[in-house]
Write a protein that binds this ligand. Structure first.
Ligand SMILES: [Zn+2]
Length: 468
């Protein structure tokens, strides 16, 4: 059997694996390349996979760098099923629609630019219709429920603790009378995060394909982050400030709500109004309730006691643009959570334009800000920023809250890898590292060697390995 790497090999986006046996072909994840224009351009070049002859597609989780190219499958002649967990299915619906809208807006903008230069129109990578059409092919499998998805290939999803519905895949492959177990780690979450269960450690495998996003470092302790958040919020409430939190709609927004609620309920911070100003985050919030049974034991216990931790007493969910605009009239203490997470678009831009030049405003950064984004400029202390073509002075206080990551840090990755049992010959499984920048991936490789005597391989795009 052969496994080829067509994404997230020496980088963190565009996840895609292709598994071939003598009688089956399975694709695992089909994500978007994200980042610079050159990286995004790569989404238009399809990997050399016979899409129309695939037996199955399997999805680890809903994040767009794992699911974002699924809408291309239909046009390539793939009509069979795409397997994922039930929560992933619901999140994919939200995220793919949003992704398609962004693709269309991008294409429109580039077409306009091209027209001025006498160049041809740009077609979106896919349309909202393409995104909706692929949803029919999503087929759900619950955690810990093995199923045969292709001749001789069965899979089992286990909770990866990364986002709602996220999974590691344990794939059992029988080929030519030989049985092998391949584990696709997917993105592995941090232990001890609220709401989600901890990642499931697995023990038996012949081959492990493992993510390495934070292979080079540990996150700072969560308790420290919460303490800092409490301090920032106390100060903001005391000064009657408006707090703007740019946040990703799925995962991060709900985590922020959880902590704000906890701080207010425990009396560490006086009560304050919170606005969730993102239709996608509001929809995702509903899914947490729907999938309570896959949230962690503490959350389920609290809910049984009538204290569902995402029931925020002073929360207003603003769905329409009109409701969103009304938040501008409030100048007293209020927290506004809005997308996009890196201030590259979405409603947060409007809030920043209305508020960032004021003094009694705090912008609280709670996630990674890529180079070149407005969020990054704010983090780096820009005195002026450009918003909708207008030069705006930054008088707001910009604070950064580190440590809130949906990914395991280095120590947790090592513990996850160290859980695999040795075989009869005293050897651990074969390890392949993916989904990490070159530095992080190499650092994890070195640590695996030093602490567990594992010689992990580092494939590049288009590379493949054979498992006998
Ligand atoms: Zn992810």
């Amino acid at each position: 059997m052969k496994i080829s790497f067509y994404g997230a090999a020496g980088e963190v986006t565009g996840s895609c694996y292709y598994v071939e046996t003598s009688r089956a072909r399975v694709l695992v994840d089909f994500g978007l390349h994200q980042g610079t224009r050159e990286q995004r351009q790569r989404n238009r070049v399809l990997p050399p996979v016979p899409f129309d002859r695939l037996d199955a597609v399997v999805l680890t989780h809903a994040h767009i760098d794992h699911s974002g190219r699924l809408p291309l499958l239909k046009r390539q002649g793939y009509t069979r099923q795409i397997y994922c967990t039930p929560a992933t299915r619901d999140l994919v619906e939200l995220l793919l629609r949003d992704s398609a809208e962004l693709q269309q807006a991008d294409a429109k903008r580039m077409t306009k630019r091209n027209e001025r230069r006498g160049k041809p129109a740009v077609r979106p990578l896919y349309s909202v219709e393409d995104a909706i059409a692929i949803l029919d092919q999503l087929s759900t499998l619950r955690y810990d429920t093995p199923a045969e998805v292709a001749p001789g290939v069965s899979i089992r999803f286990v909770d990866a603790g990364h986002i709602l519905g996220s999974a590691s895949i344990e794939m059992t492959v029988v080929d030519g009378g030989v049985k092998r177990v391949i584990v696709f780690s997917g993105d592995i979450g941090q232990n001890g995060m609220p709401l989600l269960r901890d990642p499931t450690p697995l023990a038996k495998a012949d081959l492990v394909l493992m993510e390495s996003t934070y292979g080079d470092r540990d996150h700072r302790p969560l308790e420290q982050t919460i303490e800092e958040a409490a301090g920032i919020m106390r100060e903001a409430v005391w000064n009657k400030e408006k707090v703007l939190i740019p946040s990703f709609a799925v995962g991060r927004s709900q985590l922020i709500l959880y902590y704000l609620n906890k701080l207010a309920r425990s009396g560490r911070v006086p009560e304050f109004p919170v606005f969730l100003d993102s239709p996608m985050a509001i929809d995702a919030l509903k899914l947490y309730r729907k999938y309570l049974h896959v949230l962690d034991a503490e959350t389920r216990e609290q809910t049984r006691n009538g204290e569902y931790p995402l029931d925020v007493p002073n929360l207003t969910c603003t769905v329409t643009p009109d409701e969103s605009r009304k938040i501008n009239d409030m100048h007293c203490c209020a927290v506004v959570i809005a997308g996009s997470g890196m201030c590259t678009g979405g409603r947060i831009i409007h809030h920043l334009r209305h508020n960032i030049w004021r003094r009694n405003v705090t912008v609280l950064i709670v996630g990674y800000q890529a180079h070149g984004t407005l969020g990054r400029q704010l983090v780096e202390g820009a005195k002026f920023v450009r918003i909708f073509g207008e030069r705006v002075i930054v008088r707001a206080t910009v604070r950064t809250l580190g440590g809130l990551s949906a990914h395991a840090g280095q120590s947790e990755l090592l513990a996850w890898a160290g859980n695999y049992e040795k075989n009869a010959a005293g050897q651990r499984p074969r390890f392949v590292l993916t989904h990490g920048e070159p530095g992080a991936r190499a650092a994890l490789q070195a640590k695996l060697k030093a602490t567990l005597a594992i010689d992990a391989e580092l494939p590049e795009w288009g590379g493949s390995i054979t498992l006998n």
